[in-house]
Write a protein that binds this ligand. Structure first.
Ligand SMILES: [Zn+2]
Ligand SMILES: [Zn+2]
Length: 149
């Protein structure tokens, strides 16, 4: 499971905690791998929706998925693999998962929750790093939004 820091560098997950309200979600405690940054933060990871249900499943049965540590488990109990991560915005990503046990394909969300200790990078350095880390289409959108100021 890869989590990105707001500076665009990768972050490591030091521990996870199950969400008390939502059994299909967990809080990930992350810290940036870039020594100059030092940002540590909490991201939440949870089940969003199914893309398909296994053909062998009876109609009307729904499957979900849950998080254990930094691993994602399909509702059938098998560990699911991450196929791709789709960054929707700076703080939110969709994670596409597949369970090889039953064939369930589903989407998990990962969202930045809050900062534990702020980055040592300056606001300008962070802004530049951030803009570099987002896809060109999102960059164009951001440019338009910025031009409104
Ligand atoms: Zn960072
Ligand atoms: Zn499964």
């Amino acid at each position: 499971m890869r989590v990105d820091c707001s500076c665009g560098a990768g972050a490591v997950v030091s521990r996870t905690e199950r969400d008390k309200q939502n059994p299909n979600a967990a809080d990930l405690y992350c810290s940036c791998t870039k020594p100059e940054c030092g940002h540590s933060f909490v991201a939440s990871l949870g089940f969003k929706h199914s893309l398909n249900l296994p053909a062998s499943f009876p109609a009307g049965v729904t499957l979900d998925a849950s998080v254990q540590g930094t691993r994602i488990f399909c509702g059938c109990g098998e560990r699911a693999t991450i196929q791709k991560t789709n960054r929707l915005s700076i703080n939110v990503s969709d994670i596409y998962c597949h369970c090889s046990g039953c064939g369930h394909r589903f989407v998990m969300y990962r969202a930045y929750a809050y900062t534990l200790s702020p980055s040592a990078l300056t606001t300008n350095e962070l802004a530049v790093a951030l803009i570099r880390s987002i896809p060109p289409s999102a960059r164009r959108e951001l440019k338009q939004q910025l031009s409104l100021f």
